[in-house]
Write a protein that binds this ligand. Structure first.
Ligand code: SF4
Length: 378
């Protein structure tokens, strides 16, 4: 089922003045622009700080030098074309490098440049790897956005993954419910796929990416509801983004709206140090303050998210602060010896990433202890 029409050139953003478009052109030449027309129609163009605009429209600040192409070292965990295996139970399968819109904060924007081919064009080697690794119980289909694939192609991949006996959860990571919910509403084949996949011993998860409560439009709610009614389970992941959801009132509203839509708030990510993302990133301790305040304003059901950094060494939860220390914990670790490890690090209000708390190279010696840990909590 086709996606809605999309805009691929800043020259087509007729709501902006010619000088504004001029400032965006070099940005879009560096980091491509793509946005679904229905999503653009929901932007308040009178407000330069409109959160939906910040999510999808190029900004001159993207040219500030910062960050890396692969901030979580995904290349180091790639075991077959398009297949990443970092934590024992979970495999990531990059099934496409297409998206309904290109998020300006994307940590995989390297995929959209020329000369990169990191996706599983032929998924057979990746599927063979999953079959051979019985410890893999979860497979996340990602990319790019799997819901941009024709449903028949997506179904072929999902069916093969679901047939692997040790796989008990198939996940689809997607921003289509926010960007282009019409693609889901128009396609009964997607709901058929859900009904055909879910079994008593196999769950099918929709990992949405709603960044701001305004993205939960009436169409988005209907699209998610249809997939939930067919048997999916939904969780939301969002980075904490400057000017989008860095206000505790907005983040609390997002948590509440998600929960009432049947979507569990799952992860809130500290924005990865990715090229082009500096203006959207928020320092770690400020993220914690915003996140904690937002959580204090919502019910237990809406409080299920964790604040994490997807660091090259593992998923590091930002737990709290005391007078002069920030406390973190390895929620998941690439090196199992670090799983559950607590980190007590001297506070650094300017730090935007775990590495900013540590001496250069600290993570890459042979000793799994970072030197600041206070012992395993696992
Ligand atoms: S939908 Fe996901 S993969 Fe696509 S641009 Fe946005 S964050 Fe990146």
């Amino acid at each position: 089922m086709p996606l809605s029409p999309c805009i691929l050139s800043v020259d087509e953003l007729h709501n902006l003045s010619p000088p504004e478009r001029d400032t965006m052109r070099p940005v879009a030449e560096r980091y491509p622009f793509r946005a679904p027309a229905p999503y653009l129609s929901r932007i308040d163009w009178q407000d330069p700080g409109d959160p939906l605009r910040r999510i999808v429209v190029p900004h001159p600040d993207e040219l500030a030098p910062w960050g890396r192409a692969d901030p979580s070292d995904e290349a180091a965990y790639t075991r077959a074309p398009g297949l990443q295996h970092k934590y024992p139970s979970t495999a990531l399968l990059l099934v496409t490098d297409n998206c309904a819109g290109y998020c300006r904060h994307c940590f995989r924007k390297r995929l959209f440049g020329e000369g990169r081919d990191e996706v599983a064009r032929d998924p057979r080697p990746a599927l063979e790897y999953i079959r051979e690794h019985r410890e893999i119980t979860n497979v996340l289909l990602t990319g790019g956005d799997p819901l941009t694939l024709p449903t028949r192609r997506l179904a072929a991949i999902v069916e093969q993954v679901a047939q692997i006996p040790h796989v008990r959860a198939v996940r689809i990571g997607s921003k289509v419910p926010a960007y282009d919910p019409g693609r889901i509403l128009r396609d009964p084949g997607l709901r058929d796929l859900v009904r055909a996949t879910v079994r008593p011993d196999l769950r099918f998860f929709l990992m949405t990416q709603f960044n701001h409560p305004r993205e939960l439009s009436r169409e988005a709610l209907a699209a998610v509801h249809g997939l939930l009614a067919a048997g999916m389970t939904a969780c939301n992941q969002t980075p904490l983004l400057r000017g989008v959801n860095d206000d505790p009132a907005v983040l609390a509203r997002l948590f509440r709206s998600l929960t009432f839509a049947g979507i569990s708030p799952y992860y809130v990510f500290v924005c990865r140090p990715t090229m082009g993302n500096l203006h959207l990133s928020v320092p770690v301790e400020e993220c914690l303050a915003v996140f904690s305040t937002a959580q204090s304003r919502v019910s237990g059901l809406a409080k299920r998210a964790r604040l994490v950094m997807s660091h090259a060494t593992g998923k590091v939860e930002v737990v709290g602060v005391c007078r002069d220390k920030v406390v973190m914990r390895y929620h998941r670790a690439a090196d199992p010896r670090m799983s559950g490890e607590l980190l007590m690090l001297p506070r650094n209000p300017a730090a935007r990433w775990l590495d900013d708390y540590l001496p250069a190279g600290e993570f890459f010696d042979d000793d799994p202890s970072c030197g600041f840990g206070c012992g395993s909590a696992a």
